[in-house]
Design a protein around this ligand. Structure first.
Ligand code: NAP
Length: 297
């Protein structure tokens, strides 16, 4: 596919170069024509003077060499008209225009290659993730999200829900908890009694009491021994992991809030709700909320 699109661009470039070569040849031919004509007319005139053909072969009292010269000049004019007027004039501006076109083609080619490479990298990362999916463990997303899918703002949680914290602790205790670098930094320290795994693109990132990895796929490898590794956020990591997760433990908070981190949409063609348990707002809970479990169909 990549090769095909590049070869299309190359073909266009070849056409441009061929066109430029053709134009150079046209101009050269015109110059040769002019030189030959000059030589021919001078020769005719000399012959005319030397052999006095004027008297013997004449047309309306003009020698044939005269008419032949005029005729030749007319042909040259027609040739010049054809090169410079009928075909586009090939001056400096034309050359600049051609160079500009070539540069544009090159830029297009580079940007297409870049897009293809990025796409290939994404496909590779996704296929690595799907290989992880074949593992036997139950990859679980655990999150609390408002009705409009907001999960946080300014790298902080935006509600206090005591039972949700307990719920989170109970589920994740003793398991691997996989999180993005921003979520890790939003916490005072690594979560105790859990294997903390932090995902970052930074190669030299250090995190106290946590394993640092550079992709979700690596994080899942580190958690391979855990029967139920938990993906605990935030928005970027949930979006990646929802494609390969087996279960979602969602706390739906019954309010709409503003924020800057979101839980991805749950596609009900893919996810089946298997349980729900509603809790009401009180002094330990800012809003009504519902614990919902989804299993992948
Ligand atoms: N309500 C909830 O249940 C809940 C749970 C967790 C978090 N949160 C909230 O969510 C917010 C944070 O979420 P967020 O989306 O901003 O950040 P995040 O997902 O926690 O972390 C994003 C970071 O993860 C790394 N990352 C992302 N994709 C990667 C990839 N493909 N490969 C390698 N590294 C990758 C990058 O780290 P580098 O920049 O270091 O490369 C990126 O900046 C906070 O407000 C937090 O309070 C809410």
């Amino acid at each position: 596919m990549l090769f095909k699109s590049n070869s299309n661009i190359d073909e266009e470039q070849i056409k441009l170069v061929e066109n430029a070569q053709k134009r150079v040849k046209q101009r050269k031919r015109l110059f040769y024509h002019f030189s030959i004509m000059l030589f021919g007319i001078i020769t005719l005139l000399i012959l005319n003077i030397l052999f006095g053909i004027k008297k013997e072969i004449s047309f309306y009292n003009y020698p044939w060499s005269y008419w032949a010269s005029i005729f030749w000049v007319l042909i040259l004019l027609a040739h010049t008209y054809n090169v410079y007027i009928t075909n586009r004039f090939m001056g400096k501006d034309w050359e600049k225009e051609q160079i500009k076109k070539l540069v544009l083609k090159q830029e297009l080619k580079i940007s297409k290659i870049k897009t293809e490479l990025e796409k290939e990298a994404r496909v590779k990362a996704e296929s690595e993730l799907f290989n992880q999916k074949n593992s036997k463990n139950l990859i679980t997303l655990i999150a609390a999200a408002s009705e409009n899918n907001v999960i946080g703002k300014d790298n902080k949680l935006i509600w206090y829900l005591s039972d949700d914290l307990k719920h989170f602790k109970e589920f994740t205790k003793g398991h691997a908890v996989i999180m993005g670098r921003k979520t890790f930094e939003s916490m005072p320290k690594a979560l105790p009694n859990r294997t903390n795994i932090v995902i970052t693109r930074k190669v030299d990132y250090l995190a106290n009491d946590a394993i640092v990895v550079n992709s979700l796929s690596q994080a899942l490898e580190k958690a391979a021994e855990d029967k139920q590794p938990f993906i605990i956020g935030g928005g970027e990591i949930y979006s990646l992991a929802i494609k390969i997760a087996d279960r979602i433990e969602l706390t739906r908070v019954h309010t709409e809030l503003e924020g800057d981190a979101y839980f991805p949409d749950i596609d009900h063609n893919i996810w089946e709700e298997v349980s729900r348990e509603k809790r009401l707002k009180d002094e330990k809970h800012d809003y009504d909320f519902t614990f919902i479990r989804y299993n992948k169909k």
